[in-house]
Write a protein that binds this ligand. Structure first.
Ligand code: 3HC
Ligand code: NAI
Length: 696
C-alpha cells in the first residue's frame, strides 16, 4: 500500500495524512493511496468520519505537473474526488498552506472544509494553459455563484482563507494546527449529528450571458485561450446535470492538454524555478549582504535602491551633487509612495525607510562599510572606470562591486580595480523595482561566491535571476539588438512600424518593438547606434529615420512623440504622421523598392532572427541553457508566457523549417542571417533546444 498517505484512528474518526513533500502534489501514488485509505476507513468498524489533512507546507499543491503530457494512470483525479464525495462516511478537509488546483478540488469533494487563517486556495490551472479538470468548474460555482467562480478560475489568483470563507468555499476559519483543528471540527460535526453534504447535489448557479463572458475573457487573455474556456465549463455546470457537466469539463481539459499553449506554460513554470538553480553554485556560500551602495540615482539607480529598500536592505546612494542627490531621493520617494498605494508597505514603513534606511551622499568615504555596491551612472566606459577606481579605493575588502551597465564589457571594468574577482554585472530592467528580470553577468575573473551572492541578492529582491556571460548586451540586449535590426530591415524593405507592432501584438507581445522603444526612450538606441557607427559596426543598409526623430527632440513617450503621438495620453497612441515620410526618404536614398509584408511574414522573420541569435548566445556559452534565454525574454522583454520563450517556440514550430527560412533570408543578407552553428547541429541530429535543458 502507498506510504504517501498515513492512516490512523482518533475515536470514530479515520485520519488520512498526506505525506508527499515538498508540496503534496497529487501524484499517482498519492491518488492511489487516498483511494485505498478511503476503502480502509469504510471497512474499519466504528469509523463514522474521515479527516483529510496534509503534512508539511501544503494541503495539496494540485495535480502533479510532472505527469502532464504522459499517459494518465488510474485512478484519475476526478474519479477519486467523486469516490471521496460519494463515501457514506462524513468527510472533512482541514486545510493549511496552499490548496491549489486539484488540491482545492479534493477539498470541494469533501463534505466540510476548515482552514487556518494563513491558508490560501485557488484554481491556477489557467497559468498552465489548462482549466480545472477535476470538478472545480462544476463544484465551485455551486458554492460561490457563477461570477465569483469565474473570477477565481480565470485569474488563477490565490485567495486568503478569510475571503474564501466569505465566498462560501471554506466553512470555518480557525487559528491553530491543521490536525488539531480538523479533529475537533470533525468531532463537533459528529456530535451535532451533521450529515454528508456533497457539493454536486447542490443547486447550480444562475445563468449569465455566457457568450459575452467568453468573448470578454478571450480579449483579456491577449491570445491566451484557457481562461475563456473556463467560461464554457462553468456554463456546463448551469446547463447540464452534474455528471454531464463533469464530462464537458474533462473534454475541455483534455483538449487544452494537447495545445502548444499548455506546453509553453508548463515549460515556463519549470524553467522559472530551474533558471536560478546553477549546479556550479550548489555548495558555494554567498557573502552576507545587508547594506548596499548605489552609485547614481537616475532612472535605474533610484529603482534599484527602491527594490533594495523594499526588501529590507540598508541603502547608501551616491550622487554627483546635493541637487542630483535630492532628485534621486524624490524619485525613490515617488516609487515608495506607489508601493504604499499598492499595499506593499504601510505609510509608517514608508516614512521609516526614508528617514532611517536610506542615506543619500556625495562623498565616497560614506561607502566604506557597504557589503555590495551597484553602479548605475551614465553608460560611458570612462565614467564607469573612474567610479570603479574610487570604489576600489574606499570599499572594504570583500565588498562586491557590481555594474548595471546595459552593454559594456564587465571584464574591462573589473580590470581597472585591484580586485577583479569581486566584480560582476547586475543588470536590472526598467523600472527596476517592478521588472522581475536580473541578469547576473559573470566576468572572466568573477569569484564563484560573488556570483552566488548575485543570485542571493536576486532572491532577496524577488527577482528571476539569469546567469549571463560577457558580450555586447549580454543575453537579453544582444538578442534584442538582433531582432530589432531584423525589424528595421523589414521597415526599409516596405513594412511600417505600425504593421510590425500590430503583428507582434497579435503574436502575444504586450507591446510591439516600436511602442516599446517609445516607452524606453529613443535616445538609448540613438546612443548605441552612434557608438556602433564609431566602432565601424553600422548595418550594411543604415537607416537614419530614427536618428532624425531624435535630432528633432522626439524621444518617445517622455517627450510626447516618437513613432507614435501621445498627445491624447500614453495609452491612446496614434501613429506619428511624420515618421512614414522619413522612412520613405531613407528608402529613396538607399534605392529600395518597397514591398508588402503580411503579419505572418513579419512574425516569421522577427522570430527567426530572435531564435538564430539566441542559438548563438547559447552556442557561445553566454547563456548556459536554452531555458536561460527563454526566461530572459519572458521576464525582461514581454515575450508571451504562453509561448514558453523563443527557444520553446522554436522547438514547437520545428527547427528544420526555421533553419530553412533563415537560409532563404541569408540570400538577401548573408552576414546578418548567418545561421547559428548550434541550430545547424540540432537540426542535423534531429534534436530540440529542450534536449539541451534536460542535460542540466
Ligand atoms: N506538481 C509537481 N511539482 C510541483 C507542483 C505540482 N503541482 N507544485 C510545486 N512543485 C514543485 C516545484 O517544481 C518545486 O520543485 P523543485 O524544488 O524541484 O524546483 C517544488 O515543488 C517547490 O515549489 P516552489 O519552489 O514553487 O515552492 P513555493 O513554496 O515557492 O511555492 C506553490 C509552492 C505555491 C505550491 C507553487 O509551487 C505553485 O504554485 N505550484 C503550482 C500549483 C498549481 O499550479 N497547481 C495546479 C496544478 S494543475 C491541476 O491541479 C489540474 C487539476 O485541475 C486536474
Ligand atoms: P540616468 O541618466 O537616468 O541616471 C544616471 C545617474 O547617474 C544620473 O542621476 C547622474 O547624475 C548620475 N551620475 C552620473 N555620473 C555619476 C558619477 N560619476 N557619480 C555619481 N553619480 C553619477 O541613467 P539610467 O537610465 O539610470 O542608466 C544608468 C545605467 O543603467 C546605464 O549604465 C544604463 O545603460 C543602465 N541601464 C539602463 C536601463 C534603462 O532602461 N534606462 C536598463 C538597464 C540598465
Amino acid at each position: 500500500m502507498s506510504d504517501k498517505i498515513a492512516y490512523s484512528r482518533e475515536g470514530d474518526i479515520a485520519v488520512l495524512t498526506v505525506q508527499n513533500p515538498p508540496v503534496n502534489a497529487l501524484s499517482h501514488a498519492v491518488r492511489q493511496g487516498l483511494w485505498d485509505r478511503m476503502d480502509q476507513a469504510e471497512a474499519d468498524a466504528g469509523v463514522r468520519a474521515v479527516l483529510i489533512v496534509g503534512e508539511g507546507r501544503a494541503f495539496f499543491a494540485g495535480a502533479d505537473i510532472t505527469e502532464f503530457g504522459k499517459p494518465p494512470l488510474e485512478p484519475h483525479l476526478p474519479d477519486l474526488i467523486n469516490r471521496i464525495e460519494a463515501s457514506p462516511l462524513l468527510v472533512v478537509a482541514s486545510m493549511h498552506g496552499v490548496s491549489l488546483g486539484g488540491g482545492l478540488e479534493v477539498a470541494l469533494g469533501c463534505h466540510y472544509r476548515i482552514a487556518v487563517p494563513s491558508a490560501k486556495v485557488g484554481l491556477p490551472e489557467v497559468h498552465l494553459g489548462l482549466i480545472p479538470g477535476a470538478g472545480g468548474t462544476q463544484r465551485l460555482p455551486r458554492l460561490t455563484g457563477g461570477e465569483a467562480a469565474l473570477d477565481v478560475m480565470t485569474t488563477g489568483r490565490h485567495i486568503g482563507a478569510g475571503k474564501a470563507h466569505d465566498l462560501g468555499i471554506i466553512d470555518v476559519v480557525k487559528d491553530g494546527d491543521q490536525m488539531h483543528n480538523g479533529l475537533a471540527y470533525a468531532q463537533k460535526l459528529l456530535d451535532q449529528g451533521a450529515t454528508r453534504r456533497p457539493v454536486s447535489e447542490m443547486d447550480p448557479p444562475a445563468a449569465i450571458d455566457w457568450d459575452a463572458a467568453f468573448e470578454a475573457t478571450l480579449a483579456r487573455g491577449r491570445g491566451q485561450i484557457s481562461p475563456a474556456w473556463c467560461v464554457r465549463a462553468v456554463q456546463a455546470s448551469v446547463e447540464k446535470p452534474f455528471a454531464d457537466g463533469l464530462k464537458a469539463e474533462r473534454q475541455i481539459f483534455y483538449d487544452l492538454m494537447q495545445t502548444d499553449q499548455r506546453q509553453g506554460m508548463i515549460h515556463a513554470f519549470f524553467s522559472e524555478r530551474a533558471v536560478s538553480n546553477l549546479p556550479e553554485l550548489k555548495d558555494v556560500k554567498p557573502r552576507a549582504v545587508q547594506h548596499i551602495g548605489v552609485i547614481g540615482g537616475g532612472t535605474m539607480g533610484a529603482g534599484i535602491a527602491t527594490a533594495a529598500l523594499l526588501a529590507g536592505l540598508e541603502v547608501t546612494l551616491l550622487e554627483m551633487s546635493a541637487e542630483a542627490g535630492q532628485a534621486a531621493r524624490d524619485r525613490i520617494e515617488r516609487n515608495l509612495s506607489g508601493a504604499v498605494k499598492r499595499g506593499k508597505i504601510t505609510p509608517k514603513q514608508h516614512d521609516q525607510i526614508l528617514t532611517h534606511t536610506l542615506l543619500v551622499v556625495t562623498n565616497y568615504s560614506k561607502l566604506s562599510d557597504v557589503d555590495l555596491v551597484i553602479e548605475a551612472v551614465f553608460e560611458d566606459m570612462e565614467v564607469k572606470k573612474q567610479v570603479f577606481a574610487e570604489l576600489d579605493r574606499v570599499c572594504k575588502p570583500g565588498a562586491i562591486l557590481a555594474s548595471n551597465t546595459s552593454y559594456l564589457d564587465i571584464d574591462e571594468i573589473a580590470a581597472t580595480t585591484s580586485r577583479p574577482g569581486d566584480v560582476l554585472g547586475l543588470h536590472f530592467f526598467s523600472p527596476a523595482h517592478v521588472m522581475k528580470l536580473l541578469e547576473v553577468v559573470v566576468g572572466d575573473k568573477t569569484a564563484p561566491d560573488v556570483t552566488a551572492t548575485g543570485f542571493a541578492l536576486g532572491k532577496m529582491l524577488s527577482k528571476i535571476s539569469v546567469r549571463a556571460g560577457v558580450c555586447d548586451g549580454f543575453i537579453g540586449n544582444r538578442i534584442l539588438a538582433t531582432y530589432r535590426q531584423a525589424a528595421d530591415q523589414m521597415i526599409l524593405d516596405g513594412a511600417s512600424p505600425y504593421d510590425i507592432d500590430a503583428a507582434l501584438e497579435e503574436f502575444g507581445f504586450a507591446m510591439g518593438p516600436f511602442a516599446v522603444a517609445d516607452l524606453a526612450g529613443l535616445d538609448i538606441g540613438w546612443a548605441v547606434r552612434k557608438r556602433k557607427r564609431a566602432e565601424g559596426h553600422a548595418p550594411k543598409r543604415d537607416a537614419t529615420y530614427a536618428d532624425t526623430l531624435c535630432e528633432q527632440g522626439h524621444f518617445g513617450q517622455k517627450t510626447g512623440k516618437g513613432y507614435y503621438d501621445y498627445a491624447a495620453g500614453n495609452k491612446a497612441r496614434v501613429p506619428n504622421p511624420d515618421v512614414l515620410p522619413m522612412i520613405e526618404a531613407d528608402r529613396a536614398r538607399l534605392g529600395i523598392t518597397p514591398r508588402t509584408f503580411t503579419h505572418e511574414e513579419i512574425v516569421r522573420r522577427y522570430m527567426a532572427a530572435m531564435v538564430n541569435e539566441s542559438a548563438k548566445v547559447v552556442g557561445e556559452g553566454i547563456a548556459r541553457r536554452p531555458l536561460d534565454v527563454d526566461m530572459t525574454l519572458l521576464f525582461g522583454y514581454g515575450f508571451p508566457r504562453y509561448r514558453g520563450g523563443p527557444l520553446k517556440w522554436a522547438d514547437i514550430v520545428g527547427l528544420a523549417p526555421l533553419l530553412q527560412d533563415i537560409k532563404s533570408y541569408a540570400a538577401e543578407d548573408p552576414d546578418f542571417w548567418a545561421s547559428a552553428p548550434l541550430l545547424e547541429e540540432l537540426v542535423a541530429d534531429n534534436k530540440t533546444f529542450d534536449d539541451l535543458n534536460k542535460k542540466g
